[in-house]
Design a protein around this ligand. Structure first.
Ligand SMILES: N[C@@H](CCC(=O)N[C@@H](CS)C(=O)NCC(=O)O)C(=O)O
Length: 207
């Protein structure tokens, strides 16, 4: 268990979503926290009390902090998960933000209601957007022997492991077959004992 005596409550919905990489950080660093999952029917009332009306929010000794990646960076800085120096910390951010760009495109595809537009989006994603990003991620992670940045575990590894799990859920388990370094990263993260313990006990949700 860590020296971190702060009282943390992570408030989110019953989903992995934008909170799961934060839960990996807590697990990895051995930090105690309350994993509060708001039922949908209670959200309208709770929304009014949140700083920007959205989740996740981390309660830190009673103070409410918004923005999943601000929270993730704060905890990662405190617990040595931002790489060995400022340069690596920046590289962590570059990869997280670039992956965020791809996730945004995937979100627009998943939420498209017009079936024709959805099919067009799928074709573009599969032929252009996904290979464009994944080939670049693959190259970087292969150069780092399965780490997103440098040669140690960073919070960026967790962001990728969570995203890659979702990616395989959406596109099938063979979706990463041409990306061995990405598969290595995901497997390595999911074989870290503290993360394995979390995976075994976490609530099962679709996303
Ligand atoms: N940039 C914010 C986005 C937060 C966000 O979009 N939260 C969604 C859930 S993933 C939410 O709270 N939706 C409910 C609402 O807007 O009422 C973050 O990363 O924390």
């Amino acid at each position: 268990m860590t020296e971190d005596q702060t009282h943390y409550k992570l408030i989110y919905f019953n989903a992995r979503g934008r909170a799961e990489h934060i839960r990996y950080i807590f697990a990895y660093a051995g930090i105690d926290y309350i994993d509060e999952r708001i039922p949908k029917e209670r959200w309208p009332e709770i929304k009014k009390t949140m700083p920007y009306g959205m989740l996740p929010v981390l309660e830190v000794d009673g103070k409410l902090i918004s923005q999943s990646n601000a929270v993730a960076r704060y905890l990662s800085r405190k617990h040595g998960l931002t790489g060995k120096d400022e340069w690596e910390a920046m590289l962590c951010d570059v990869l997280v933000d670039t992956l965020g760009d791809l996730k945004q495109e995937l979100f627009q595809y998943r939420t498209e209601e017009d079936m024709f537009k959805k099919e067009d989006k799928k074709v573009k994603l599969m032929k252009e957007t996904i290979p464009f990003y994944l080939n670049k991620f693959e190259k970087t992670i292969a150069e780092n022997n399965g780490f997103a940045v440098g040669s140690n575990t960073t919070w960026t590894d967790f962001v990728f492991a969570v995203a890659l799990e979702n990616f395989e859920h959406i596109f099938g388990s063979s979706a990463l077959e041409n990306y061995p370094a990405l598969r290595t990263l995901k497997q390595r993260v999911h074989e870290i004992p503290a993360i394995m313990t979390w995976l075994a006990k976490r609530p099962q949700t679709e996303f």
